[in-house]
Design a protein around this ligand. Sequence first.
Ligand code: BGC
Length: 549
Amino acid sequence: MVLKDLGTADWWRQAVVYQIYPRSFSDSDGDGIGDLPGITSRVPYLRDLGVDAVWLSPFYPSELADGGYDVADYRNVDPRLGTLDDFDAMSAALHAAGIKLIVDIVPNHTSDQHEWFQAALAAGRGSDERDRYHFFEGKGENGDEPPNDWQSHFGGPAWHRVDEPDGTPGQWYLHMFAREQPDLNWERDDVRADFEHTLRFWSDRGVDGFRIDVAHYLRKDLSEPFAPFAVVGLGELTLNPDHPFSDRDEVHEIYRAWRKVFDEYTPPRTAVAEAWVHKTRLAPYASAEGLGQAFNFDLLVSEFEASQFREIIEENLERSAETGSSSTWVLSNHDVTRHATRYGLPAGLGHHAAAWTLAGGAHDEVDTAVGEARARAATMLLLALPGSTYLYQGEELGLHEVGDIPAQSRQDPTFFRTEGKEVGRDGCRVPLPWSGTGSSFGFGSDGAHLPQPAWFADYAVAVEADDAASTLNLYRRALALRGELQTAETLTWIEHPSASVLAFERPGGWRSFTNFGSEPVDLPEGEILLASTDSADGRLPGNATVWMR
Ligand code: BGC
């Protein structure tokens, strides 16, 4: 019995979701920036790839201080990317191809260009408008020191001082990310009401689900005295229920209210939380009364190693069984170094998502062929698991991180706020190559907003489509087979004599074997359905996965 039926309320449980970073996917008007008509024109590609849903990173009006995660208007389309009519046309084309549509909601902060923040600046101290954000007086004699020593995610202080309407230096506001991303005050009813309005706005337009950005940060306790930065930390998976801004219990009230909104629709709208929280605290985000699903990022920070993969898979399957949600498997997204590159790093440098630390120079040490072989093997393993798999645009081409983007072309606030010490995330956001030749490799009719390296030609869609052994054709075959083989959300481990092999069986006799080592190993009897690397002698080579029956 095939349980995955995209017409039901449970369509998301074992869906393959393809993440599109809209500005870098396909450019229809030659301005160097990908857009919504560009996505519409590529729907046949997405259909042939065989994905069940697409998730769009933000496409809203934005000054692009953080790649669109600084939203100036939550219920509109960035004019550089199109119009609401273009959105409707894209949504209709996706749905006609049987593909669901998930959009990104960024509730922790707005852009500083958002009308609320502009009103807060104009209204001045003590105003209702300022209360929608977190404004404080500074410390020191003239208030010229920040309210506390907290640091922001992209480097530098988490506070910025504004000029008051009369031109004098004034209050400070909290921004956990870039200074152009002021944090909202989620104790306010109008903030809550406005986001529920936004969820209904996109649901009414036919959006099937939402990805919730930094879902664990919305509620804050900013009462003084503030805990010092050394105590509150940043990005640590805290177990402190009184942490001033991360994973506070009250945050779930917001999502319980959102669930009521999602359930007004048929089928109910889905949601997946981006919540970097301690694994024992992920359940309420994923529960049916909450958002319904939460990303598990454990494989992003794992080595390419059999026992680590097994432990992570076992734990996550147990956790999703407890909440009644399904597991989410991710190897790449727009925030981390592409996994083909990570897996090509020598042992010791780590295969984890070193997006914020992988300096350009480290690219010289990447063995691209090993990285690609491992990436193909790991993706096939993920696709055989129960639960849903999230793919990031370009990984189906085996695309590598671009390491040598010149400083003057960089866009990520991390690069600027750390004065270049951390290169940031532009290397996984370079516009996709669609053809092996031509301006911007077929991305658009002119340039690309981030420079594409010459080697992109070898990874272009048109080039790989004609090569039976390409990563693109492997993904297409794997997704088609998965669609046929996917059954109940269970697996049984198969013990293999080699410790470098991870093997399991799904109901119906679908077996997956991954060899994390470098030496070939024996395979049991059976029909080989698909292999990530060809093997002439019927053995499983190193850095490879086979599916058998
Ligand atoms: C998104 C990032 C973004 C940050 C702030 C995240 O976790 O995935 O791309 O920079 O939130 O919105």
